[in-house]
Design a protein around this ligand. Structure first.
Ligand SMILES: *[C@@H]1O[C@H](CO)[C@@H](O)[C@H](O)[C@H]1NC(C)=O
Ligand SMILES: *[C@@H]1O[C@H](CO)[C@@H](O)[C@H](O)[C@H]1NC(C)=O
Length: 507
C-alpha cells in the first residue's frame, strides 16, 4: 500500500511545526506553552472575578488548605512534587482535605478508608465524564468512552473484555516476540538509548499488531506514529482547563483535531479492507465488528475507529512509561537485573526457546519487578471525579462541584501501609504479602484503578510487558549513565525526566 495516500494538506501544515519526538521535547514549543499558560490564566482570572460566588465553608466540610497565592492557590507548590505535597498535607490535615488550584476545588482522599468513597460510588454521584470528556472526546471521537452515557461505555468496555481472552493471548505472545526481535536488530552490540522513545516505538507496533490487526499494523509507519504523537499531545492541561469552544486557540489542540480526522480515515480504510476480505481476524477489530450492543445495534465505522484509537491510546502511553521506569530501575539496580536474567534462563532454558504464554506466568521475579514499578511510578498519578452532590466520608461532607481525587502514587507510598522503606525499589515486598490484597489496604495499591472504572487492559498489559522484557533481558544488559531521574511532573503521565541508559549485548 502506498503510504503517502493519506498525506493531506492539514497534516503537512502540522509537520512543519513539530517533528516526531515522543520524548515530549520542550524546546521548540516552550514559547507556545508560555503563551498558552498566560491565556489560560487570563481566562481563569476573568472567570473568578466575575462568576465565582462567595464561598462559604460548611461546618463539616473537609479541612481547606489555605494558600498565599491568589487564584493559582496551591498549584505551584503542588506541581513541584505532587506526591510529597499530598503526603505532607495528609500528615498535617488528615485523610480528606481540599486544596484550591486555578480557581477549582480539589478534594483529595488519602489512604484506604477515604479512597473507598471514590472507588465505590455510583457514577451518577461521583462522575467521570464531567471530568474527562473534554480531554478525551476530541482524541477518541464521538460516540465512545466518556462521550456516551456510562452504561453504554460499560458495554463498550465489556466488548473489549471479551476480546482480551486467553486463546487470543496465546496467539499474541509470538507476535509480540517477533516485533521486539525485529525492533532490536537496530540496536547493534552496544550503545546508549532513550528508553521512553524506544518503548514508545516498540509498543505502538506490538499493541497495534495484536489489537488492531495486520491491516493496520502494515500501514504503521513514521507518519502514522506521528499522528499518534499529535493526538497524544492533546492530553495536556490546556485541554482540560479551557472550555472546548476555546480549544481552537491553542496550536497543539488544532493539530490534535487535524490528526484525529486523518487517523479516522486510515481506520475506515482498514475496516473496509477487513470487511471486503471476508476473513476473520483474532483481534479487537474483529470483536468490534462482530459484537452488537444489548439493543441489537452494531457499531458504526466511526465508533469502531474511535474505539481503536482509544484502545491504543489507553495502552500505549501508560505502557511506554511503565516499561521505561522499569528499565531505569533495572539499570540502577544491577542485582535485581541479574535476578531477572537468571529467571529468564531458568524458565526459558539457556538456549532461549521462543517465549510462550505459560512461561510468562511463571516469571515471578519479573512480575514483581513490574508490580513494584507500578507501585512507585503508576502511569496515572491521579484519578479524578466530579461530585454531582454532597458526599459523606470519614465524618466530612464533600460539597457538590468539587473535583474529588485519589492519587495512586501517594496511596502507594504511605508509610503506615508500605513501611518506612516505602520509597525504595524492592520487588521482593510482593513475595511476602502478594500485593497487599487485604481489605484494609486494597485501595492503597491501585495502579489500574478499582471499581466500575477499573482498567480492563491489565492482563494484556502484563502479557505485553513481560514478553517485551523477556526478549530484552535475553539479549541485552542495561547500565545506568546518569543519576536516577526525577519524574517529569509537567506531563499528565509522569514519565522519567531522563531515560537514557547504556546497553550491551550479552555474550
Ligand atoms: C506494562 O504494564 C503496565 C501496567 O502493568 C501497563 O500500564 C502498560 O500498558 C504495560 N506495558 C506494556 C508494554 O504493555
Ligand atoms: C454546581 O454546578 C452547577 C452547574 O454549574 C450549578 O447549577 C450548581 O448550582 C452548583 N452547585 C453547587 C452546590 O455549587
Amino acid at each position: 500500500m502506498e503510504s503517502n495516500k493519506f498525506h493531506t494538506q492539514a497534516e503537512a501544515d502540522v509537520e512543519t511545526k513539530t517533528t516526531f519526538s515522543p520524548s515530549f521535547s520542550l524546546t521548540a514549543s516552550a514559547t507556545f506553552q508560555l503563551a498558552t499558560v498566560v491565556a489560560v490564566l487570563g481566562v481563569v482570572f476573568i472567570y473568578l472575578k466575575f462568576f465565582r460566588r462567595a464561598n462559604i465553608q460548611a461546618k463539616d466540610a473537609p479541612p481547606f488548605i489555605p494558600s498565599q497565592v491568589p487564584f493559582l492557590g496551591s498549584a505551584i507548590e503542588f506541581n513541584k512534587n505532587p506526591v510529597d505535597f499530598l503526603i505532607r498535607m495528609k500528615n498535617q490535615y488528615g485523610p480528606v482535605f481540599t486544596i484550591e488550584m486555578a480557581g477549582k476545588k480539589f478534594t483529595y482522599l488519602m489512604g484506604n478508608e477515604a479512597s473507598s468513597l471514590l472507588f465505590n460510588s455510583k457514577n451518577e454521584d461521583l462522575n467521570a465524564e464531567d471530568v474527562y470528556a473534554k480531554l478525551v472526546t476530541p482524541v477518541f471521537g464521538k460516540g465512545v468512552a466518556y462521550d456516551v452515557p456510562n452504561d453504554i461505555f460499560l458495554e463498550q468496555k465489556k466488548m473489549f473484555k471479551t476480546g482480551l481472552n486467553i486463546a487470543r493471548f496465546k496467539e499474541y505472545v509470538p507476535i509480540i516476540e517477533q516485533e521486539v526481535r525485529d525492533y532490536l536488530t537496530r540496536w547493534g552490540d552496544k550503545g546508549e538509548i532513550d528508553l521512553f522513545e524506544a518503548f514508545s516505538e516498540m509498543i505502538v507496533m506490538t499493541a497495534s499488531h495484536c489489537l488492531h490487526g495486520p491491516e493496520i499494523r502494515s500501514i504503521l509507519d513514521e507518519r502514522v506514529a506521528h499522528l499518534y504523537y499529535l493526538l497524544d499531545q492533546g492530553f495536556c492541561p490546556e485541554a482540560w482547563l479551557l472550555p472546548s469552544w476555546l480549544h481552537f486557540l491553542v496550536p497543539k489542540l488544532r493539530r490534535r483535531d487535524a490528526a484525529h480526522v486523518e487517523m479516522k480515515k486510515i481506520f475506515y480504510a482498514a475496516i473496509e479492507k477487513r470487511r471486503a476480505s471476508g476473513n476473520k481476524g483474532e483481534d479487537m477489530l474483529q470483536t468490534l465488528l462482530d459484537t452488537p450492543y444489548k439493543s441489537g445495534r452494531y457499531m458504526t465505522d466511526d465508533e469502531i475507529a474511535g474505539m481503536l484509537i482509544g484502545l491504543l491510546m489507553a495502552g500505549q502511553h501508560t505502557s511506554s512509561s511503565t516499561s521505561s521506569w522499569l528499565g531505569v530501575f533495572l539499570a540502577h539496580n544491577t542485582e535485581i537485573q541479574r535476578q531477572c536474567y537468571e529467571e529468564q534462563c531458568q524458565v526459558r532454558g539457556t538456549t532461549f526457546e521462543p517465549v510462550d504464554y505459560d512461561q510468562l506466568k511463571s516469571m515471578r521475579v519479573l512480575d514483581n519487578a513490574f508490580r513494584e514499578t507500578l507501585r512507585l511510578r503508576p502511569p496515572i498519578h491521579v484519578i479524578i471525579r466530579h461530585s454531582r452532590k454532597p458526599l459523606n466520608v470519614c465524618g466530612y461532607t464533600i460539597p457538590a462541584n468539587h473535583s474529588v481525587c485519589v492519587s495512586p502514587t501517594a496511596n502507594q507510598r504511605l508509610t503506615e501501609i508500605w513501611g518506612e522503606e516505602c520509597a525504595n525499589f524492592n520487588p521482593e515486598r510482593f513475595m511476602e504479602n502478594d500485593g497487599l490484597t487485604s481489605t484494609e489496604s486494597k485501595f492503597c495499591y491501585v495502579p489500574f484503578g478499582a471499581g466500575r472504572h477499573r482498567c480492563i487492559g491489565e492482563s494484556f498489559a502484563y502479557l505485553q510487558n513481560k514478553t517485551i522484557w523477556s526478549v530484552l533481558l535475553e539479549q541485552y544488559q542495561l547500565s545506568a549513565i546518569d543519576e536516577f531521574p526525577e519524574p517529569n511532573y509537567q506531563n499528565m503521565i509522569h514519565t522519567p525526566s531522563k531515560s537514557v541508559v547504556r546497553y550491551e549485548k550479552r555474550k
